[in-house]
Design a protein. Structure first.
Length: 332
């Protein structure tokens, strides 16, 4: 797999099968599209290409509304890299791209530069300025230009279409199990472990305080049953890489606590660029049977289910009693 951050032209010999989308969450609906892409690529001996974007269009437009991300840029790339894709193009929604007409994008980018032979898209796909590149447009252009068009119908779970917006709503409502069902895997939080206030350690339950990307979607306040993976250091994905892989140092059971108090949170992996705010949630995890120092290490927290709401305690005795009760979720 090769990664590009601009629309690098392919050689004339490299006919391609392409899909386009933001792919936030890389959920089961997205997976269905990617598997069809790979199937057609093998059948017609084509190069498989995914075109995706750094951030959600609404976020790139700097509107007052911000869409939190199910998967950050690096998380999405790692998930995509698990498939045997030939090329991933990940590009920004800049003004030039936003104002490019559907016809111009199809002719100059997909056909001329990327040597489109087959296009695989979801049932609700549209592209180009004012989203005029809809299914009717593509059906007409496919007949006129002679490329293959494969439209993937919605994937339904209990009668509901799987979508990123539905998954965001589940997570925001604390319905983690429903979100995981739509994702086809466990929703996760990934970030760097930083020093906290040390309260958990004084209680006999030391926690790892997690520094997350500002754009990351965070579940509501509460206590969650989780699996924690300690990751070995990996470089950030960059253009030209041929392989993206996360190396896991180990997996442990844990309890995740999300609540509100002054804490650190930032949009980079460098603590120096963080800002202190009382509006952002703190995210900390107690890892069972774990006694290693992991400050500065990256960890991945897979969220299994919500155990209870966050609440205040009158004293430490009550708090310790509640933590011990929370831990019984692992006594199966």
């Amino acid at each position: 797999m090769r990664l590009f951050n601009t629309f690098f032209s392919l050689s004339e010999e490299e006919k391609t099968c392409i899909t386009i989308g933001f792919f936030d969450g890389v959920h089961r609906g997205h997976q269905k599209i990617i598997l069809k892409l790979l199937e057609l690529s093998r059948r017609y001996q084509l190069k498989s290409v995914v075109i995706t974007f750094y951030d959600h269009l609404i976020n790139e437009l700097n509107t007052s509304t911000e869409i939190p991300l199910i998967t950050t840029y690096s998380e999405k790339l790692y998930l995509l890299s698990e498939y045997p894709l030939d090329y991933i193009y990940i590009v920004p929604f800049n003004n030039k791209l936003i104002n490019t007409s559907a016809k111009q994008f199809l002719e100059e980018i997909l056909l001329k530069r990327l040597k489109l032979f087959c296009l695989v898209i979801g049932y609700d796909f549209a592209f180009g300025k004012d989203r005029k590149g809809d299914l009717a447009f593509l059906n007409n252009e496919a007949k006129d230009k002679g490329f293959m068009l494969e439209i993937i119908p919605p994937l339904l779970i209990e009668g509901e279409p799987v979508s990123s917006s539905a998954i965001r709503k589940f997570i925001q409502n604390g319905d983690i199990e429903k979100a995981n069902s739509f994702l086809g895997r466990k929703f996760s939080l990934e970030g760097k472990v930083v020093k906290g206030e040390g309260i958990g350690k004084t209680l006999g339950f030391p926690t790892a305080n997690l520094l997350l990307d500002l754009r990351k979607l965070i579940p509501p306040s509460g206590v969650y049953k989780v699996i924690v993976e300690v990751l070995n250091s990996m470089p950030s994905p960059c253009a030209g890489e041929t392989r993206l892989q996360q190396s896991i140092a180990g997996k442990w059971k844990g309890l995740l606590s999300i609540g509100y108090r002054p804490t650190f949170r930032c949009s980079t992996t460098d603590v120096d660029f963080c800002e202190r705010t009382s509006k952002e949630p703190y995210v900390e995890v107690y890892i069972l049977d774990f006694n290693k120092t992991i400050y500065g290490r990256r960890i991945k927290v897979e969220v299994l289910e919500k155990i209870r709401e966050q609440r205040r305690f009158l004293n430490t005795i009550e708090l310790i009693k509640q933590i011990k009760e929370d831990l019984t979720v692992w006594q199966v």
